[in-house]
Structure formats: C-alpha cells, structure tokens
Design a protein around this ligand. Structure first.
Ligand code: ADP
Ligand code: MG
Length: 324
C-alpha cells in the first residue's frame, strides 16, 4: 500500500533527517513509528502526503509514485491528525468535520449523515456536539473530533502524529482503547507516530523503531519484545518501563479473562490453560501456537491470542504509569 524505496530527506543545513529508508506498509495495517525526539518520525510521516518533499528515493502509494498524484487528490485521500488540536475555533464541530467532504463536493445529506455516524462511533453524541464550538469541548473531546475529521471523507490512509501525547493519562487511555475498537471496524491503513512504547505496543500491528533517521527494527510487538534487534531497542524498551518478564509473571490468565482480554467462544473439552497460570507461560506458548483456550471458574470460556496478551500487558503498564 505505502512503499518507501531508499528514501532520504536532507534539510538545507545538510542534516540527514531521514536516511535511506526502505519500508512496506500493508493495506489495513496499524503501523507505528517510534523513536526518540529528533529521529525523523514527523519528517517521515509528512513525506507521505507531500507536506515535505523528499531529497532522494521514492514513495509509492498503491504502486503509483506520490509525485504522480494530483496533490489535492493525494491530500484529500489521506487523513491527518496532529498532536496539537487544530480545529478552527470560529467554526462549529460539524463545520470543522465537513471541510474535506465539502471540497470533495459530497451532497449535504450525505455529509450530515456521515458526521452523525462518526461522532457516535467515537462516543460523542452527535446531536449535542455538532453545533458546539471547539472551545466548548474538553481536550480529549477535541482530539476525538480531530480523529473524526481525518476520517470524514473516508480516506484509505490516516496519518497520526503523536495525536494523544498532549492529553492527560486517563483521556489518553480512553482514546487508545477507542482507536483499537475503531480500527477493527474501519480497517484503514493507519500510520501512527509516538514516542511512547506502551502506546506503540498497545496499538501497533507492526512497530518501526527509528534512530538518527534510520530504521533500527521493524517488527510485530511480540517479536520486538521477544527479540529486540540490539541494545538500542532493549534500552528503549526499558526506558518505557517495558519489562516483559516482570510484568507477565505478575499476572495470570484470570486477570486477562476478568478484564475481557479474550474472545468468548464455545470451546469443546478442557481448556489449554487454567486460570492460575502466569501470563508469561501463555506468552511462551503463543510463540508456537496462534491461539490457546482458557478457563474461568473451571470451565473453558474462550480463546486468547498474542494480540490479546500484548494489549493486556500494555494496558497494565499504562495503569501502573498512573500511580507513579
Ligand atoms: P521527530 O518527529 O522524530 O522528533 P523530526 O522529523 O521532526 O523528528 O526531525 C528530524 C531531524 O530533522 C531533527 O534533527 C530536526 O532538528 C531536523 N529538522 C526537522 N525539521 C527541520 C527543518 N524544517 N529544517 C531543518 N532541520 C529540520
Ligand atoms: Mg515529531
């Protein structure tokens, strides 16, 4: 879907902000860029919708070079969410969301209906929010509107640059959870930038770790946790308090099932794992097996996948962060 071929960005001062990056972001994937400040995440993201021109190399979207697209066509088909809430203050929520659909000349009824649907899908009651001004919303609510606005014209790709990092921990967690649910429904290609490892693990199908403009490791969350490519990745995980061993030995299958991190499903016979088993043991098993069945109150109640475990652990980390 989005392919980088030897992409380099050199700013006027001669610095290589992005250096020789090759990447292949798949259709419908939740793809996360992470790395320390200044490593080139924003530059990488902005090259995709041509907000920043590349110096050398090529980016393809659906196998067509981005430079071959009409710039408006390209931008209108790529939603963009920024860290700073960038709603127009003098316009209502509805008017803010309607900008790109109007540019695309959708008819009024279709826009109205789309906005109702989208606001409701992020937990904002459309009738009570559509006519308000941005200042009448909390930071978390404004950022939800930012997400809705990016989705409004039904783009195939959504770019998100640290969209939740200015929010308080509770709002941030809520939005992260909503993003997971939303993405299951819409299945867009989402390219998401963060410097928060917990957020990356919770949201990403794949995570691309960058350092000094280069890709250090690009893998699934589980692969990164199990096999960090080098010391830099290891240190980065630790600086995010992501110590898989300590964390996963602390919780059991029961914690996961109680918090709903499983697919409730009829399972024949006995479950693979009793509720007293440590999550760490589950995780080891899931390296060789895609799903395992688990029990509650002595009965097999459903299935757990690697994704459930990763999201569960990331969520525990986020909660622990709150108490610090
Ligand atoms: P990140 O988003 O990971 O923090 P950026 O992509 O914003 O990183 O920046 C990457 C590098 O490029 C940094 O060293 C930054 O100082 C530099 N940089 C970013 N924008 C410009 C610019 N407009 N002119 C010159 N250097 C820039
Ligand atoms: Mg940035």
């Amino acid at each position: 879907m989005i392919r980088f071929e030897k992409v380099t960005k050199q700013y006027q001062n001669g610095e290589h902000a992005v250096n020789n990056v090759d990447l292949n972001i798949k259709d419908g994937e939740f793809f996360v860029f992470i790395g320390p400040s200044g490593c080139g995440k924003t530059t990488t993201l902005k090259m995709i919708n041509r907000l920043i021109p590349l110096t050398t190399g090529t980016i393809y979207i659906d196998e067509k070079r981005i430079s071959d697209y009409n710039i408006h066509e390209l931008r209108w088909n790529i939603g963009y969410v920024l860290q700073q809430i960038a709603l127009f203050p003098h316009m209502t929520i509805e008017e803010n969301i309607a900008i790109v659909p109007e540019l695309k000349k959708w008819d009024k009824d279709k826009i109205h209906q789309r906005i109702t649907e989208l606001l409701d899908s992020v937990g904002l009651d459309a009738e009570s929010y559509r006519n308000r001004k941005p200042a009448e919303l909390s930071g978390g609510e404004q950022q939800r509107v930012g997400v809705v606005r990016a989705l409004a014209a039904d783009p195939e790709i959504i770019l998100m640059d640290e969209p939740f990092s200015a929010l308080d921990p509770i709002s941030r967690q809520k939005l992260q959870q909503d993003m997971i649910v939303l993405q299951r429904k819409i299945k867009k290609t989402i390219v998401f930038v963060t410097h928060d490892m917990q957020e990356a693990l919770m949201l990403g199908d794949r995570i691309c770790i960058m350092k000094d403009g280069e890709v250090v490791q690009c893998d699934t969350p589980n692969e990164i946790l199990q096999n960090p490519a080098n010391e830099f990745v290891q240190n980065f995980l630790e600086s995010g308090n992501v110590n898989k061993h300590v964390l996963s030995s602390k919780f059991t299958v029961r914690d996961m099932v109680e918090q709903g991190y499983f697919d409730a499903q009829k399972v024949d016979g006995e479950a693979d794992f009793a509720e007293t088993i440590a999550v760490e043991v589950l995780l080891q098993q899931l390296a060789n097996q895609t799903v395992v069945s688990v029990e509650r109150d002595g009965k097999a109640v459903g299935l757990i996948t690697q994704q459930h475990v990763i999201q569960f652990l990331a969520n525990q980390l986020a909660r622990e962060g709150e108490h610090v």
